[in-house]
Write a protein that binds this ligand. Structure first.
Ligand code: UD1
Length: 337
């Protein structure tokens, strides 16, 4: 069966393409290369011995999307990663985010609703919960007003898919990721942030490599055991495997509802200092850092209740924080060598 992976050359997308191919799926990738490189295809091929089909395409070009689906009538399912994801940039340029993340979703769904049946998996985020009142966070926690246009595109995206699935032949799974980190253990693929990394782990590995002078820890006075924020860091390979399981569930019609939602995390919260210590342990070197004022928009704590993913989806994250950090460090060293 052939699966379309949009954004399939990006960080989570490329790892998912590997796991799909490992499970025998054929894959066609759409990517506009705005935040990725065609070289990623080589990494995917090195791991799986199979080169996925690839079309460079900007999903905002509706006519091209229509043409693509005419050409590829044999697509059984779609995993939709392609989106812009920089929170700060979205505040400064909201329309770019609404066009990139919302228009493109509508165009894809317009094509899928013409099929007799369609399976659709959407990259959502724990950001939809804002600062949840109860930890760990279940899928029933209330959705909070988004703190950025980026976060809003994830909420609106979920609503668009839900409204559409109700009245079409589309079945969908919305996957709410916690904090994806790490790289493939082969170090053939990993995260490649453009410019100065905004996310914690790539900033740490770049600092460890000497590309950055020191890490700024945003806030040391939060009401947490060590004063720094708590997140649920999940290995990207675990996350990728969840997508394959979710796609198989839809294709085998095992889903209980037309729209299902799963949190994808490890269930364990780690503080920023714990992540730093994990890096120091696996790399055997000290990481220069200083505590600076809080970053606007950060929630204090967010980690997943994984019961639904464990029991209903039949998926559990396997990797520890140390293993995930170790893979990120191995990747950083490979990329810079
Ligand atoms: C961020 C987004 C989230 C998005 C996710 C995608 C925000 C508020 N949230 O999650 O919506 O889905 O990225 O990957 O931007 N930290 C430092 N120093 C740094 C970088 C980060 O101390 O240089 C801290 C942050 O304060 C936070 C933790 O590390 O406590 C994780 O930060 P980050 O990796 O940026 O992820 P989130 O903010 O959780």
């Amino acid at each position: 069966m052939k699966i379309l992976v949009t954004g399939g050359l990006g960080f989570i997308g490329s790892h998912t393409v590997v796991e799909l191919q490992n499970q025998g799926f054929d894959v066609v990738i759409i990517d506009d290369l705005s935040n990725s490189s065609e070289d990623v295809l080589k990494g995917i091929t090195a791991i799986t011995n199979k080169t996925p089909e690839f079309e460079k395409l900007d999903l905002r070009e509706k006519a091209k999307v229509q043409e693509f689906f005419k050409k590829h009538q044999d697509i059984s399912g779609v995993i939709h990663f392609a989106a812009s994801k920089a929170v700060g940039e979205s505040v400064g340029n909201p329309l770019l985010y609404y066009e990139n993340n919302i228009n493109t979703l509508v165009y894809l769904l317009q094509e899928l609703q013409q099929k007799s049946e369609a399976s659709f998996i959407f990259s959502s985020s724990c950001t939809v919960y804002g600062q949840a009142e109860v930890m760990p966070i279940t899928e029933n926690a209330s959705i909070q007003t988004a703190m950025s246009p980026y976060g809003n595109t994830k909420q609106i995206g979920e609503e668009i898919i839900t409204d559409t699935a109700k009245v079409t032949n589309i079945n969908a799974i919305l996957l709410r990721y916690f904090n994806p980190i790490g790289a493939h253990p082969s170090a053939e693929i990993g995260e490649l942030p453009l410019g100065v990394p905004q996310n914690l782990v790539p900033f740490i590995t770049q600092t460890g490599f000497g590309l950055r002078q020191e890490l700024s820890v945003f806030g040391g006075d939060y009401p947490t055991p060590d004063g720094t924020c708590i997140r649920d860091y999940i290995h990207v390979v675990d996350l990728a495997k969840a997508h394959v399981i979710a796609m198989q569930r839809l294709l085998e019609k095992k889903n209980l509802e037309k729209i299902e939602i799963f949190n994808l995390g490890t269930g364990t919260g780690s503080s920023v200092l714990e992540v730093i210590h994990s890096f120091e342990k696996v790399s055997g070197q000290k990481l220069p850092y200083k505590i600076v004022p809080r970053r606007e928009g950060d929630v204090i704590s967010a980690y997943a209740n994984t019961d639904k993913a464990n029991n209903v989806l039949g998926w559990t994250a396997q990797s520890t924080l140390d293993q995930a950090i170790e893979s990120a460090w191995k990747w950083e060293q490979k990329v810079r060598s």
